[in-house]
Design a protein around this ligand. Structure first.
Ligand code: DX5
Ligand code: ZN
Length: 218
């Protein structure tokens, strides 16, 4: 397997929203590579988190790339509101949109395009889209809330995707999101993931810099 840089992306969903600027600055100082921003519309998932104004506030307090994860029913309608703020924008394969068209437009807007797969969804659904995305996000919890336990069965999806990537000579990062700790980061990396989203484990850590380092070296 080709070497890929390990990227640690703390999820701002687990931060103190009343002090979001300081929180974004804190994980930036602590050595985070990217900041993951979970946008939820209360329809695609059973939670409402934040939208573009909040992501814009985060952007004013960090210099590292923002990784926007759209848990919304109509990513095709909402993604343009994030293209100036984000380095990467990820939409779900289960959402109500023309997946190929959304991915193409995200790339055309100058962002990396991500495709996310929820736990109940067959990973084979990514196959028609190989070559259309830069990031494959394998959800390792059911989307909607932070602080849930990692679903170990999702590791098989990571392995499947890494195998496809290898066999077809493709180039995309594999992101895992949900319940990521040093232990679950290790099994995810072994299976082929290199992009680690970590909400609770980083924001609740007594020493955020040490936690980010431990995740990167997992
Ligand atoms: C869940 C979100 C995750 C969440 C991860 O719907 O997509 O990004 O913030 O939080 P932890 O790391 O606490 O599981
Ligand atoms: Zn997420």
């Amino acid at each position: 397997m080709s070497f890929r840089k390990i990227i640690v992306a703390p999820s701002i969903l687990a931060s103190d929203f009343a002090r979001v600027g300081e929180e974004a600055a804190s994980v930036t100082e602590a050595g985070a590579d990217w900041i993951h921003c979970d946008v939820m519309d209360g329809h695609f998932v059973d939670n409402i988190s934040f939208g573009p104004a909040f992501v814009e506030a985060v952007s004013r307090h960090t210099t590292i790339p923002l990784d926007v994860h759209l848990m919304v029913t109509r990513p095709d309608h909402y993604f343009p509101r994030f293209t100036k703020l984000a380095a990467s924008i990820t939409a779900h394969v289960e959402a109500a949109h023309d997946v190929a068209d959304t991915l193409r437009k995200v790339r055309a807007a100058g962002c990396k395009a991500g495709l996310a797969v929820s736990p109940p969804t067959d990973i084979a659904r990514i196959e028609p889209h190989l070559g259309e995305f830069d990031i494959l996000l394998v959800m390792t919890v059911n989307p909607g809330f932070g602080g849930q336990p990692f679903l170990p069965d999702m590791i098989e999806k990571v392995r499947f995707a890494a195998r496809l990537r290898e066999e077809r000579g493709l180039d995309f990062d594999i992101e895992v999101d949900g319940g990521i700790t040093v232990e679950t980061a290790r099994v995810s990396i072994e299976a082929g993931a290199n992009l680690l989203v970590a909400g609770t484990s980083v924001f609740r850590a007594a020493d955020r810099a040490a936690e980010i380092k431990r995740l990167r070296e997992a």
